[in-house]
Design a protein around this ligand. Structure first.
Ligand code: UDP
Ligand code: MG
Length: 332
């Protein structure tokens, strides 16, 4: 992990705001996104830079970014060596952002740029973190709505880290919060959980999600399950303790059963039941293997941490006028 703060690593004028955006196969969204955000911020007189992070796209996203960066001095781009996922791309961007405040948002215009001045106002009034909450629109699928609600409910109950349904990575962070976040070094970062865990003064602003400008969603069900299960594992040890509870309950039941068998025997009978014995055995073996799997998953996580692999690797940069040797090509 880097030693000095980004402003020291990256000399030159420090803009008031950096907008950090992960882009994965979004070639048709690059220009409309930059135009919309620049329009809003220039209109509000905010001195800013836009930092687009190409997360190993396989289409023309990087070409679109580098071409636009030649014309637009406020645009900078980094290209990761492969697809590191949304969270890795965000971390890479946060590591390269120079602004005194940093806004992270999606590159498909679902997070409305018109909300940016509102986030800035909240920051200027003293909040170090300004979160957003997605108001469910007709466009949000009922699956996304329900799964999001269920996940945040369970996450908050299990981890004690408060989080509301509709939370996403559309937020503003003060430089202090950015510095703290990039130094945490979580092996499998779940940024919205970590920001909440950091605990800076926070305000939440609701917004109405828009339709995707173009292209298809990149967050597949598989990526969603990976993100949410990874989040649970890195914030809660509760699943590991599950075995203790189950052990106590089944021991109590077994004790009661033993008393019953003994009592029947004393009265001259034998308890019949091959089927019941088999059922209980199968059930207990099932539970045992699930718990073994949970322990294995945590062990795998420890192994990941021990390997200390970086969470992103930068392959290329554009729009960085200063000497890039001081910039992080990877973290850790
Ligand atoms: N994204 C990324 N890497 C990935 C998946 C997504 O950088 O592996 C970016 C994507 O380009 C977009 C943002 O993350 O800017 C949110 O993705 P998407 O719109 O697919 O998610 P959804 O809106 O369905 O949550
Ligand atoms: Mg989207």
């Amino acid at each position: 992990m880097q030693e000095s703060p980004p402003s020291a690593r990256q000399p030159g004028r420090v803009p008031e705001l950096s907008v950090v955006v992960p882009m994965f196969n979004e070639q048709t969204n690059v220009a409309p996104f930059v135009e919309a955000v620049t329009g809003v911020l220039a209109g509000a007189g905010v001195e800013h830079e836009i930092l687009l992070v190409d997360d190993g796209s396989r289409d023309g996203t990087w070409l679109a970014i580098s071409e636009l960066a030649r014309k637009e001095p406020r645009l900078r781009g980094i290209s990761l060596s492969r697809n590191f996922g949304h969270q890795g791309a965000l971390l890479a961007g946060l590591n390269h952002a120079r602004g005194r405040a940093v806004i992270t948002m999606d590159g498909d215009l679902q997070h409305p740029p018109d909300t940016l001045p509102e986030l800035l106002d909240a920051w200027r009034s003293g909040y170090k973190v300004v979160n957003t909450r997605r108001l469910d629109s007709a466009d949000t699928s009922s699956f996304k709505r329900l799964s999001s609600r269920a996940f945040y409910w369970l996450f908050s109950r299990l981890t004690g880290v408060a989080m509301e349904a509709g939370a996403s990575d559309f937020r503003l962070m003060d430089r202090d919060a950015v510095e703290a976040l990039v130094r945490l070094g979580d092996a499998d970062p779940f940024i919205r959980g970590l920001v909440s865990w950091l605990g800076f003064s926070t305000k939440t602003i609701p917004y109405q999600a828009r339709r995707r400008h173009s292209g298809v969603p990149k967050f597949t069900l598989r990526k969603m399950v990976r993100l949410s299960s990874g989040a649970m594992l890195s914030f809660s040890a509760f699943p590991l303790r599950l075995g203790i509870g189950i052990g106590f309950v089944t021991s109590a039941l077994a004790g009661m059963e033993l008393c019953y068998i003994f009592y029947t025997y004393l009265n001259g009978h034998v308890v019949p039941g091959w089927a019941s014995v088999m059922t209980v055995m199968s059930l207990m073996f099932g539970v045992l293997f699930v718990l073994l799997g949970i322990i294995g998953t945590y062990l795998a996580k420890v192994y990941e941490i021990l390997k200390k692999r970086p969470r992103f690797v930068v392959g290329d940069r554009t729009g960085f006028a200063e000497d890039p040797s001081g910039l992080p090509s990877y973290d850790r």
